[in-house]
Design a protein around this ligand. Structure first.
Ligand code: ADP
Ligand code: MG
Length: 342
């Protein structure tokens, strides 16, 4: 076990920013802490980095409690949203800094900085100042600086938060490939569900300082345990009193609600022939109330019974388009219905 939180609580006055957090991270694992603003993500990371101390509980790194270990001895590379490069130092000097701190000789520093600059495709930028680089380039320098002294643990706090959409996607692949290459145990904090789904081996969903669910990206999206997780990761149809019967393959737990992802629902004309696997499907009649076109996706809002159902379809050749007011039939596999606790 590389990193372990054991019943960690951090209080500010009466408010617990993190409450009874227990989490074990394996060597080389990429774990993302995901949650809305104020859910305690940064606090969890700062506790691990040693910038703040727990009110209760223990944090272990490599099997040893780090309660008495100051942050500069924790041997972690850290990347913040705001890059936090030294503005008055060149890129090369920024990268040399962690090596200097560890007492590396000048010749070794030079070799390692050269190699790292090459690795993040910034070979020609070594003598520039941070302000002369774009946001994406600065964030590559920040990653390089976090990795250059070869720490066993990498901490990322909203590393792509300051970048625009296209750049974020590029940086996601950059982070992924650096993780593959260097194999660092990585804890990343984000409020961006797509980032979490793309990058992580496991995701920790946080809510009000507590862990709501821990799982692989696929399991979290496909089998959310609670309504909060279902809504936070992607879009969800939640049926409390649908006005039609929701059938499923299991006996729903008492007091639970039904959930169906929008892309699991098929929309067709009322007269369309039933699909061959109709035995496993459920059908309801509805009326289109809205259609939203979003590039490769089309989204329908369909009134069925007392419920408004969201359906998401990929735009494809030959696929029928339904207009507002049109009478349609919705169907889905019973095995796609999930039961959640609220
Ligand atoms: P996140 O990173 O998920 O947005 P934070 O960990 O920054 O959340 O904060 C969690 C909660 O703890 C918030 O309610 C925040 O206001 C509170 N908090 C964080 N740091 C402090 C502090 N230094 N003093 C008082 N309250 C704080
Ligand atoms: Mg934060």
């Amino acid at each position: 076990m590389q990193i372990e939180f054991r019943n960690v609580t951090k209080k500010y006055g009466q408010i617990a920013a993190v409450q009874d957090l227990s989490l074990a991270v394996l060597r080389g694992e990429f774990v993302t802490i995901l949650g809305p603003s104020g859910s305690g993500k940064t606090t969890a990371l700062m506790l691990l980095a040693g910038f703040i101390s727990p009110t209760e509980g223990d944090i272990r790194i490599g099997g040893h409690s780090v309660a008495a270990v100051p942050s500069y001895r924790r041997d972690q590379g850290i990347v913040f949203q705001s890059y936090a490069l030294f503005p008055h130092l060149t890129i090369r000097r920024n990268l040399e800094f962690p090596l200097e701190m560890r007492g590396a000789r000048a010749a070794e520093r030079e070799t390692r900085v050269d190699r790292m600059l090459e690795r993040v495709r910034l070979k020609e930028f070594g003598d520039r100042m941070p302000s002369q680089l774009s946001g994406g380039q600065q964030q590559r320098v920040a990653l390089a600086r976090a990795l250059i002294a070869d720490p066993p643990v990498l901490l990322l706090d909203e590393p792509l938060g300051a970048l625009d959409r296209n750049l974020r996607e590029q940086m996601q692949s950059e982070i992924k490939s650096l993780h593959k290459e260097f194999g660092k145990t990585t804890i990343c904090v984000t409020h961006d569900q797509e980032e979490a789904l793309t990058l992580s081996d496991r995701i920790v969903v946080m809510r009000d300082g507590r862990i709501e669910q821990i799982d692989t990206p696929e399991a979290l999206y496909d089998r959310p345990a609670t309504r909060f997780v279902a809504n936070f990761l992607g879009e969800a149809n939640i049926f409390e009193n649908p006005g039609f019967n929701m059938e499923c393959d299991v006996t729903p737990p008492l007091g639970s609600i039904a959930m169906l992802r929008p892309e699991r629902i098929c929309i067709a004309t009322r007269a369309a022939p039933q699909p061959p696997d109709a035995d496993w499907r459920q059908f309801v009649a509805g009326t289109v109330e809205d259609m939203i076109y979003a590039g490769p996706m089309r989204k329908y809002h369909v009134r069925a019974g007392r419920s408004m159902v969201i359906i998401r379809e990929h735009v494809a050749a030959g696929k029928q388009i339904f207009g507002i007011g049109e009478k349609v039939r919705l169907d889905w596999l019973r095995s796609d219905v999930r039961y959640l606790i609220t």
